[in-house]
Design a protein around this ligand. Structure first.
Ligand SMILES: NC(=O)c1ccc[n+]([C@@H]2O[C@H](COP(=O)([O-])OP(=O)(O)OC[C@H]3O[C@@H](n4cnc5c(N)ncnc54)[C@H](O)[C@@H]3O)[C@@H](O)[C@H]2O)c1
Length: 309
């Protein structure tokens, strides 16, 4: 099976590569412009093409490879950036996706898996949110993710492209950058290791559903052979406040975090956790990593990395 992973040099991509690399019968290609990704996260024997998903190069890549499946992870991932630069956000996240979809259509790719987000739901209090809830995003990032889902649905309906849309909750784990959507864990790792104070936007009682990147990789792998059109939350269905997260960090590090509270940020959602029964039903899969253990692992990785530089 020939698989293209766009954005494969990024955080989630690195976990997917870790999972798929070396498996018999899989031939992997990564396309990434290294905007936020890291070349070193792609194993040396995996084909790496440095290219932008919006470029003509993408079509050449599809033409020469005949991919069976595409996992589309490349994106502008920062909510605050989307609020300041809606045009750039739309350019990468929507027009980039359309370029990928056109290539899938022209070169008869069998399936696409897309990384959507809890941000499509907006600030909806019917938690845990099911996939059937109305989509009312409160950020431009959420709007582009929601719109891409519609493009995918119509490409499936009109051209028969097998499609899995995953709405990820807040993903965390080793190799996460400090700027992305679920960046709070990596930001806390950095500040705690440097004994610097953390800033919490709002009262700290806002909640998130933190899902480990290794569990995301399991879901991505399972989607490769899925037929039809599916929209699935990938979440733990556990609601964790940022104040609770601080407590987990303090336990992992064995020291206190200095916390400062600042004004709530534009576009931020107050309560967010997602129902994951559909994921279990369709893929017979549920996230396995418990948050305190995942935090401990991520923090230890961060300290080791830092010590190694
Ligand atoms: N991390 C989360 O909590 C989370 C939550 C929901 C959804 N997602 C989605 O999952 C996907 C992966 O996110 P991530 O956390 O690994 O982010 P990331 O920034 O680590 O990875 C994104 C990758 O895409 C690449 N990229 C960006 N623009 C590109 C372009 N125009 N052309 C080619 N490559 C480009 C970057 O260099 C990077 O390697 C994104 O679509 C993101 O929106 C992430």
């Amino acid at each position: 099976m020939k698989i293209l992973i766009t954005g494969g040099a990024g955080f989630i991509g690195s976990h997917l590569l870790q999972r798929l690399h070396g498996k018999p019968g899989l031939q992997l290609t990564v396309v990434d412009n290294l905007d936020t990704g890291c070349r070193d996260y792609v194993p040396a024997d995996v084909e790496f093409i440095k290219a932008d998903i919006r470029s003509q190069e993408l079509a050449h890549c599809f033409a020469s490879h005949h991919f069976d499946a595409v996992v589309h992870l490349a994106a502008q991932t920062m909510v605050p950036f989307s609020m300041d630069h809606p045009r750039e956000d739309c350019d990468v996240n929507l027009l980039g996706l359309i370029n990928v979809l056109e290539c899938c259509r022209k070169y008869q790719v069998g399936s696409i898996t897309f990384s959507s987000s809890a941000a499509v739901y907006g600030d909806n209090e019917h938690v845990p949110l099911r996939e059937t809830e109305p989509l009312v995003p409160t950020s431009f990032y959420g709007i582009t993710k929601m719109t891409t889902e519609h493009y995918l649905r119509v490409y499936h309906e009109v051209y028969g492209l097998n499609t899995t849309v995953f709405r990820f909750a807040n993903v965390y784990g080793e190799r996460q950058g400090a700027g992305g959507e679920g960046g709070v864990v990596s930001i806390f790792c950095k500040l705690l290791a440097e004994d610097k104070p953390v800033t919490i936007y709002g009262d700290g009682e806002q909640t998130r559903d933190f899902v480990y990147a290794g569990d995301i990789a399991r879901a991505l792998e399972a989607s490769l052979s899925l037929q039809g059109f599916h929209v699935l939350n990938v979440s733990t269905t556990q609601e964790t406040s940022i104040n609770q997260l601080v407590a987990y960090f303090e336990k992992a590090a064995g020291k206190k975090l200095v916390v400062r509270y600042a004004a709530k940020r534009e576009g931020d959602i107050y309560r967010s956790f997602l129902d994951n029964r559909e994921l279990l039903k369709v893929l017979q899969l549920q996230p396995e990593m418990a948050l305190p253990q995942g935090i401990l692992q991520t923090y230890n990785w961060y300290r080791q990395e830092k010590g190694g530089h």
